[in-house]
Design a protein around this ligand. Structure first.
Ligand code: PLP
Length: 425
């Protein structure tokens, strides 16, 4: 498998190089040249444990790491002492299923992909006798998960920029109390978009990027999306155990559009997902886009779900590329216009959705808190504020239109509630 850039100005490269490059050298995002179909393998895959499922999936997208080596990396990544007791348990609560993705070291779903990425980096760098300076912009969870993934590893330094005073105290401690010599925290006076802009500016300076061997672990890095695809398959197979033909809806609490885009790829590969429900908090640029076709930058609002406090979603470019027919030239023009005007418009017919696969909605602070309260009182289950935004939106969608009997709704549970004690209290 070769990787190309959404902006069309990087010659095809292999997986290892794509992982090292992070953001594409032309400023775009790296994507696989083709999306493999696995419709014929689903039955065989349904019997696999998490590690072997991940291995099969990764193998389709990685052909420059021998399978034996890849297996070692995957086994080490998803072992029971990293994810306790398992990577992604699916639990039924009320009318929905929650896929708990926070059993890793920093209690958020980002561990699932970043633990993999840290180990992949270690492998590639030692093979090439190379070093990497990893630059991260974080709204809270990525930074701590990235630090947990590379702390103490040789050949890597990590520099994490977080918006000063805008992350939860626990997130802050998870990052700043790690004393390994290769870990560096930088508090930025600004918001997450400012952090992300600094990172993108540095990554776009190719001389600087080469001179200092800059690497990226944000969800611009293809390896993250790859690792996140696995649990969509995993959840589907767990539900298929209780075989019937109901529709599968997957709801994803969304910020940078990375997690839900992994679901989109899984669907393109042949996983029978009927709807992806995109849930946002008050920072609803993406929800508005899927409703109206207009992607318009707004003002950033601080909420109880800080990891979703994002206006400009870096992974949106990958989606847009496919949505406009894989036309890099047109994409470059749209991105150029967006950087000037803060708006992208896709033509939309009155009676047609922007994309049949997506439902999109937002839940505000009160709705999220009410959802946390309700699930605790009715089911004795504590949701974190990000997951609660998602569940609130999923419930709205289930009430609209057809009755909920017609479908199974999986909500991705993206963090453990203990990470956000202020909101819970
Ligand atoms: C990062 C994060 C999100 C948003 O995921 P994206 O891939 O950025 O859309 C949601 N919830 C939690 C807890 C997160 O850490």
């Amino acid at each position: 498998m070769k990787y190309i850039s959404t902006r069309g100005e990087v010659r095809p490269i292999g997986f290892e190089q794509a992982v090292l490059m992070g953001l594409a050298d032309d400023g775009g995002l790296l994507i696989p040249e083709t999306i493999p179909s696995v419709a014929d393998s689903l039955h065989a895959w349904s019997k696999l444990d998490y590690t072997n499922l991940a291995l099969e999936l990764f193998d389709l997208y990685i052909d420059d790491i021998p399978r034996g080596d890849l297996k070692e990396i995957v086994v080490k990544t998803y072992s029971a002492d990293v994810f306790e007791p398992v990577v992604a348990p699916l639990v039924k609560v009320g009318d929905i299923y929650l896929l708990e993705l926070w059993h890793g070291p920093t209690l958020a779903f980002k561990d699932v992909a970043l633990q993999f990425l840290g180990n992949i980096f270690e492998y590639i760098l030692s093979k090439r006798d190379a070093h990497l300076n990893i630059l991260v912009a974080t709204s809270g969870d990525t930074g701590s998960a990235a630090i947990a993934a590379v702390r103490g590893k040789e050949r890597m330094n990590i520099f994490v920029m977080h918006p000063k005073g805008r992350i939860s105290p626990i997130q802050q401690r998870q990052m700043t109390t790690v004393l390994d010599e290769n870990v560096h925290n930088i508090a930025i006076e600004g918001d997450f978009d400012d952090c992300q802009r600094i990172m993108k500016t540095l990554a776009a300076d190719l001389d600087f990027k080469r001179k200092y061997s800059l690497g990226a672990v944000n969800s611009v890095n293809w390896a993250r999306l790859l690792a996140q695809m696995v649990y969509y398959f995993w959840a589907y197979f767990r539900l298929a155990d209780t075989a019937d033909n109901r529709e599968l809806w997957v709801e994803v609490p969304t910020g940078n559009f990375g997690n839900i885009l992994a679901g989109w790829y899984a669907k393109q590969m042949g996983l029978p997902i009927d709807k992806l429900i995109l849930a946002t908090n008050e920072n609803d640029i993406l929800a508005r886009f899927f409703q109206s076709g207009e992607y318009r930058r707004g003002k950033l609002i601080q909420t109880l779900a800080p990891s979703m406090d994002i206006q400009v979603a870096s992974n949106f470019e990958r989606y847009l590329y496919y949505r406009i027919g894989q036309d890099s030239e047109k994409l470059r023009e749209m991105i150029r216009q967006f950087s000037q005007s803060g708006v992208i418009n896709l033509p939309k017919r009155e009676d047609e959705p922007i994309d049949d696969l997506f439902l999109a909605g937002k839940a505000n602070r009160d709705e999220a808190l009410e959802t946390i309260r309700k699930y605790y009182q009715q089911y004795d289950y504590l949701l974190d504020p990000h997951t609660a935004v998602g569940v609130a939106v999923a419930e709205k969608m289930m009430q609209e239109g057809t009755s909920s009997d017609g479908k199974k709704v999986v909500c991705l549970s993206t963090a453990h509630p203990a990470k956000f004690p202020e909101a819970i209290r």
